[in-house]
Design a protein around this ligand. Structure first.
Ligand code: AMP
Length: 282
């Protein structure tokens, strides 16, 4: 695997591959690679001739400096994993390489409600920073296909909008959430959970599953299921719920009818670690 740290080097290398007619797949990450990331990379390898992975912990998408400072780093292991699965190129830029002029926000896209609600509300500035770095990365790699996880549901809706609004050639492919055996969605943040918190974290996916099952009961309303989920989580004294919401899967507007395409999304803090998860309900 080629490890490139400079934008120019990635552009030059990819130019010759594109000239040979190769299909380029791209998986952007913040490192601490787990099976969720690997599943995206496998999809890219199956669908594309060249797979590029990036590892970059993007400062502008962290609304809390301590969260950025505490973000784990396992770069040697990550490189090993990428080599093992046959990734072709790792783009590993520095902060200076991606933000040579500092952090002034160049992306001025108004994503509207999908970026204002849920994560947008609880993590001000997060999606601006995320869109800013994804656009920069897409302009460097210019992939045919971009692989992202359903785990970050709002993120992929916004990136889809970014691609449309900027009229980029890239096609976004959204991949299902990879889970631990007990149902916990894999996340780079999970390694920060202590034993007790890790055990408790299973309640997130259990509650989402419960809500998904309940939606099919004719007697239960969306409101009741939402209330049930919130109560179930708040009954665990060490789970602090930020939101537990049933929304329209396309617009993220509060769901009005069970006939809509619905999704249940949640964000909680356990032992100081913020975790998000979601499940499509249909
Ligand atoms: P991150 O490194 O957390 O920024 O994630 C990089 C990419 O991996 C994003 O597209 C995420 O949605 C995706 N991802 C993270 N966790 C999972 C998971 N458990 N299953 C599938 N994809 C995931």
């Amino acid at each position: 695997m080629l490890i490139l740290k400079k934008i120019k080097d990635v552009e030059n290398h990819l130019k010759s591959l594109v000239n040979q007619g190769k299909i380029i797949g791209f998986v952007p990450t913040m490192g601490v690679l787990h099976e969720g990331h690997i599943s995206l990379l496998r999809k890219s390898e199956a669908a594309c001739e060249v797979t590029v992975c990036s590892i970059f912990v993007n400062p502008t998408q962290f609304n809390e400096k301590t969260d950025y400072d505490k973000y784990p780093n396992t770069i040697d292991k990550d490189i090993e994993k990428l080599n093992d699965i046959g990734c072709d190129i790792l783009f590993l830029p520095s902060v200076k390489e991606m933000y040579p002029q500092g952090f002034a926000n160049e992306v001025r896209i108004d994503f509207g409600f999908i970026a204002e609600t849920l994560e947008g509300e609880h993590r001000p500035g997060h999606f601006n920073g995320m869109a800013q770095i994804v656009e920069k990365l897409l302009r460097v790699v210019n992939p045919d296909k971009l692989f992202m996880g359903q785990k970050d549901y709002q993120q992929q809706l916004i990136v889809n909008e970014l691609i449309n609004k900027r009229k980029l050639k890239t096609r976004l492919i959204v991949c299902p959430t990879t889970r631990e055996k007990d149902g916990l969605a894999m996340s780079s943040r999970n390694i920060r959970l202590d034993d007790a918190s890790r055990k408790l974290a299973v309640e997130i996916s259990r509650t989402l599953k419960g809500a998904k099952a309940a939606i099919h009961h004719p007697s239960s309303s969306i409101f009741q299921i939402q209330e049930w989920g919130r109560k179930r989580l708040s009954d665990f004294k060490d789970i602090e719920t930020e939101y537990f919401e049933i929304r329209n899967a396309k617009t993220l507007k509060p769901a009005k009818s069970k006939s809509e395409n619905l999704i249940v999304l949640t964000a909680v803090k356990i032992g100081g670690v913020r975790l998000i998860d979601n499940m499509l309900m249909s």
